[in-house]
Structure formats: structure tokens, C-alpha cells
Ligand binder design. Structure first.
Ligand SMILES: N[C@@H](CCC(=O)N[C@@H](CS)C(=O)NCC(=O)O)C(=O)O
Length: 233
């Protein structure tokens, strides 16, 4: 295996649900690099000590002297720079700029809209050793209890659909956010939607929308790689 990928896991280690790790998975598949996912829990900060921080994704590139790289954006640009003999994830400045915009939009607007829908079910499926840490860090971040953040599934799905309006408009006129073929912008939003799809208590994406049709295509990519994800429902 040329790359080890540390990825957030639930109590069930087969459930790998981080949106940022899913972005990295797509980037590794795009590059055609073989990788092995290692389950990691929020509280296992020691395992990431070589990165000097406590978040995943983090990769170890065994073909490049066991080099550690963390952060989904840094990993994407690292893979393009270091494995430049393989297909580019972002071929030029324009693709890097639009890929970055989509990633930051997804992790702010889309994540913010999805949180009330998923937070209860997500918390219930966490490893028990992670639950106190997750509750405390998220309640501090949002200034409310998990129970106060959560909403009924119907309201949550509607808020998510509303937040996805920019992508709905883009995908009504283009097969992919990156144009005629999938690229970083697609991997960024797909990573976020896979996180929501895995953690939501109900099916969160309407299949009869442009986003829904594109999402099915993203699940089919690379031999249906993401379709095999284990869900929390
Ligand atoms: N900017 C980072 C964000 C990574 C991130 O926030 N990862 C979450 C998992 S989804 C994490 O590891 N959180 C650890 C924690 O909250 O302590 C990236 O793009 O990779």
C-alpha cells in the first residue's frame, strides 16, 4: 500500500464518516494511488502527533519516505505536486481557485445547514469514549446543547436543500461542478454530502434534483467506491 489514510470512525469502525476524509479518498482514487484506511477516533490525538495537530485526514506517503501530510486541501495540492506523473486533481490556477471556493462554501454553508439534521444521530453512533469530548467541543463551538441544535428530520432536509441551491443551479447546466469531468470541486461537495448521507437519520438528498442525480454519479465513480460506505441508519 503506498499510502496510509487516517480516517474518523464511529463506534463501528467500518463507519467512516468525515467529510474531509471523503474528499481525500476521492483525490487518492483520482490519482490512482493505492491506500489503506486506518480507523481513528476524535480522542486518539497521540496517533497524529507527527502532524503537530489533532484532525483528520492525515496521510503517510510511504513512496516518499513515510512523509506525513494533513488537511484535505493540503493533501490535494501535495498529491498534485508530488505525484505529478498521475492525472491532475487541479490542473491549473483556475481549477485551484474554483475548487477552493467550492470546498469552503461546502464546509461553511452546507455543513452549517446540515448540522441540526445530523447531530443527534451522529452523536448516538460515536464511540462511547468520544462522546463526552464531542459534546463538550461542539456545545462550546455552537454555544448551545446538542439537543438544542437538533431539529426534526423534515425541517433539516428542507434547510439542506435550501443551502444546496447554488449547486443545484450549477448542475442544471453542467454535468459536474468542475465541467465535463469530476474534479476537486465535485470531490469537495461530494465529501460533505457523503458525511450527511452517512450520518442523517433519513435519506437527506432528493434524487429528483440536479444535485441528487449528480450525487448518484459521484457514488458510482471508481467502481462505486463511495456507494459501499456504511451508514448510521
Ligand atoms: N481543515 C481540515 C478540517 C479537518 C477536520 O475538521 N476534521 C475533523 C473530522 S471531520 C476532525 O478531525 N476533528 C477533530 C476534532 O474535532 O477534534 C481539513 O480540510 O482537513
Amino acid at each position: 500500500m503506498s499510502i496510509t489514510l487516517y480516517e474518523l470512525a464511529a463506534a463501528d469502525p467500518a463507519i467512516r464518516f468525515s467529510p474531509y476524509v471523503w474528499r481525500t479518498r476521492f483525490c487518492l482514487l483520482h490519482k490512482g494511488l493505492a491506500f489503506k484506511g486506518v480507523p481513528w477516533r476524535f480522542t486518539e490525538k497521540d496517533a497524529l502527533a507527527p502532524t503537530g495537530q489533532g484532525r483528520v485526514p492525515a496521510i503517510v506517503d510511504h513512496a516518499r519516505g513515510d512523509r506525513w501530510v494533513h488537511d484535505s486541501w493540503q493533501i490535494a495540492t501535495y498529491l498534485d505536486e508530488t505525484h505529478s506523473d498521475r492525472p491532475a486533481i487541479m490542473a491549473n490556477d483556475a481549477e485551484r481557485a474554483s475548487g477552493r471556493l467550492t470546498a469552503v462554501w461546502a464546509e461553511t454553508a452546507v455543513h452549517g445547514a446540515a448540522m441540526p439534521l445530523i447531530i443527534g444521530n451522529l452523536f448516538a453512533h460515536l464511540d462511547p469514549k468520544d462522546q463526552p469530548y464531542f459534546r463538550q467541543s461542539r456545545e462550546e463551538r455552537f454555544g448551545r446543547t446538542l439537543e438544542q441544535i437538533a431539529v426534526e428530520p423534515k425541517a433539516g432536509v428542507a434547510a439542506l436543500k435550501n443551502a444546496l441551491a447554488p449547486a443545484e443551479a450549477a448542475l442544471a447546466v453542467s454535468p459536474f461542478l468542475s465541467g465535463s469531468a469530476p474534479g476537486y470541486a465535485d470531490y469537495a461537495l461530494a465529501g460533505s454530502l457523503i458525511w450527511i448521507w452517512i450520518t442523517a437519520p433519513v435519506l437527506p438528498i432528493d434524487p429528483e434534483t440536479a444535485v441528487g442525480r449528480w450525487y448518484e454519479t459521484m457514488l458510482d465513480l471508481y467502481d462505486g467506491h463511495a456507494r459501499k460506505a456504511k451508514l448510521m441508519r
